[in-house]
Design a protein. Structure first.
Length: 212
């Protein structure tokens, strides 16, 4: 039985289908057209069923997904992150009525595996496993997230959420590999040690603006 997805999920799937067609960076207008083509009943202009809705029905979900680390955005050009591809693949299977493959234990999801491989190469992680955690500095946090001090607030938040999801996938996999356990511990160490920096960069005490 097929699952009826939310409008937000349909927007993500529209972007995913464009991505699968070879468009790694997609214009906002192309997403509007694709989601209207795939789901005309949900994304037509009010009172004009023959025209697509170009407003918040598409705009807001994209920027909400950006804050979750699912979508990257710049100048109204959108692309899927590794986490976004994995989430889209799950949604595609759900829409088809197939079971959620992500629930299988003892297997690390592809996006999480790629993130772990990246973590293993980080100097901060090497210091951590060598018992030299005191030598880890805030730049190691930015390296871990794959951002810089000049990255926007929403890009920072998105990468933080993506890494949280990757570590959650490590936990839910049930795998006991020492490297995976160390990656989880490294994540916890960073978010605790640099909690103040994270709060400042993410603007947790202020309202986030779409497009930041």
């Amino acid at each position: 039985m097929k699952l009826e997805l939310s409008k937000e999920q349909k927007v993500l799937l529209a972007l995913f289908r464009l991505w699968k067609a070879g468009h790694k960076k997609v214009r906002y207008e192309d997403i509007v057209v694709r989601v209207f083509k795939d789901y005309p009943a949900d994304f037509h202009l009010k009172g004009y069923p023959e025209y697509p809705d170009t407003g918040d029905a598409v705009h807001k979900p994209l920027y909400d997904y950006r804050k979750k680390g699912v979508v990257a955005a710049s100048n109204k050009m959108f692309s899927l992150t590794l986490h976004g591809v994995a989430e889209s693949e799950k949604l595609e299977e759900l829409e088809k009525g197939n079971p959620n493959k992500g629930e299988v234990r003892h297997r690390l999801e592809r996006d999480a595996q790629i993130e772990v491989e990246r973590i293993k190469q980080l100097e901060g992680f090497k210091l951590f496993v060598a018992g030299k955690a005191d030598d880890i500095i805030d730049s190691d946090l930015f390296d871990y997230l794959g951002v810089s001090v000049r990255s926007s607030k929403n890009d920072f938040i998105g990468r933080l959420e993506a890494m949280k999801s990757a570590i959650a996938a490590v936990t839910s996999s049930g795998l006991k590999d020492p490297v995976l356990l160390a990656a989880h511990q490294f994540h916890d160490f960073l978010v605790n040690r640099f909690a103040e920096s994270i709060a400042t960069k993410s603007g947790s005490t202020t309202k986030l603006k779409e497009g930041d």
